[in-house]
Design a protein around this ligand. Structure first.
Ligand code: PLP
Length: 353
């Protein structure tokens, strides 16, 4: 061990993202909740027409063009919006602004693994509270933990469930710290919590263009909160955190709601079909309001199935974590990709142990 790093950095485990094979690899990739459809043609048209002059100059520090477009789409004033280099950056900005040793970062488990990594970087005190039976929100415990930052992913990963708005509302009104509602999967859900930011100064709703808008490679996300809250966050973001390309392409994408909604409708239909097919194979499937399914194989041999599928060029996600060792997280692909997965599983369940 060297003395290069702060002791909490030495102690922390690295965040392990889903495997990202090189472009051109012939695999079915159902491990990172990417959208199986291409981004809006209007967004790719903007990309093709990027002028070198845009790249010569620094970009707008607050992603103003994208902010204006998002303001119109959501019906919130543009000064209630913060734009980030992926929503991951915004999670990090919140942590940088609010977390330090002696301050608590709180979230229900299981959830997005990055929350822990970010809190560890900051050497904050981490309080993880298990979800109740059927993923009911442990409100009392979350409130009692009284975090400087409380993270709730809704819809949650890897469970796929939406946290009821009335629970989020209760939590927001009782917490003295910030409540981060991570709506990365909101485009696939039947409800959202955006209205809470108007009623509660301590709430920020964070969204991304990575999932619903098929732009994971672009790195663009945004948060919506009271400008009083955003003031503090702006202090700790990088000055030019949104590059000129992301701002322009993202603006076209978020403006093209019809295209996004059409892709989402296809994915929801595929989600229902895949859930039915997997249930027929004996899987336990949790209701999902996302673009993935949490699935428990009939023989609970999740790691085995994950490995075998990988050998066949089908990547899904396996988390070696308490409560998840016997489950798989499967991104919804095209109907054709899902069918290939189901056929591979039919074979593996028939021959595997
Ligand atoms: C995918 C995901 C994100 C990250 O989104 P980016 O905008 O690509 O950084 C954030 N939170 C959750 C829960 C996610 O699943």
């Amino acid at each position: 061990m060297t003395d290069y790093f702060r002791s909490n950095v030495d102690a922390m485990a690295s965040y392990v993202p889903g495997e990202q094979p090189p472009r051109g690899t012939n695999i079915i990739k159902l491990n990172s909740n990417e959208n199986p459809y291409p981004p809006s043609p209007k967004a790719t048209a903007v990309l093709r027409n990027i002028d070198g002059e845009w790249l010569r100059r620094y970009p707008q520090p607050f992603g103003e063009e994208f902010r204006q477009a998002t303001s119109k789409v959501l019906g919130v004033p543009s000064d209630w919006i913060i734009v980030g280099n992926g929503s991951d950056e915004l999670l990090s900005v919140v942590i940088r602004a609010c977390a330090e040793p002696g301050r608590k970062v709180v979230y229900p488990m299981p959830t997005y693994v990055l929350y822990r990594t970010l809190a560890e970087m900051q050497a904050a005190d981490i309080i993880e509270i298990n979800y109740g039976e059927d993923y009911s929100l442990p409100i009392k415990e979350l409130f009692a933990a009284n975090g400087s930052v409380t993270f709730i992913a809704s819809p949650n990963s890897p469970s796929g469930h939406v946290v009821p708005k009335k629970d989020l509302q209760k939590l927001a009104s009782k917490l003295s710290g910030i409540l981060v509602i991570d709506e990365a999967y909101v485009d696939f859900a039947e409800e959202n919590a955006l209205a809470l930011v108007k009623e509660h100064e301590n709430v920020i709703v964070i969204r991304t263009l990575s999932k619903g808008y098929s732009l994971a490679g672009l790195r663009l996300g945004f948060g919506v909160a009271n400008p009083k809250l955003l003031d503090g966050l702006f202090k700790v973001k990088d000055s030019y955190n949104i590059d000129a390309i992301a701002c322009a392409v993202g603006t076209a994408a978020i403006t093209d709601q019809d295209y996004k909604n059409a892709c989402v409708a296809k994915i929801k239909a595929s989600r229902a079909k895949l859930a039915t097919d997997l249930k027929q194979l004996g899987f336990k499937i949790w209701d999902s309001q996302t673009n993935f399914l949490l699935a428990q194989p009939p023989q609970k041999n999740a790691e085995y199935l994950y490995q075998k599928l990988k050998e066949q060029g089908i990547l899904i996600r396996y988390f070696k974590q308490p409560g998840l060792e016997d489950k798989l997280r499967i991104t919804i692909g095209t109907d054709e990709q899902n069918q290939t997965l189901v056929e591979a599983l039919v074979y593996l369940l028939g021959t595997g142990e």
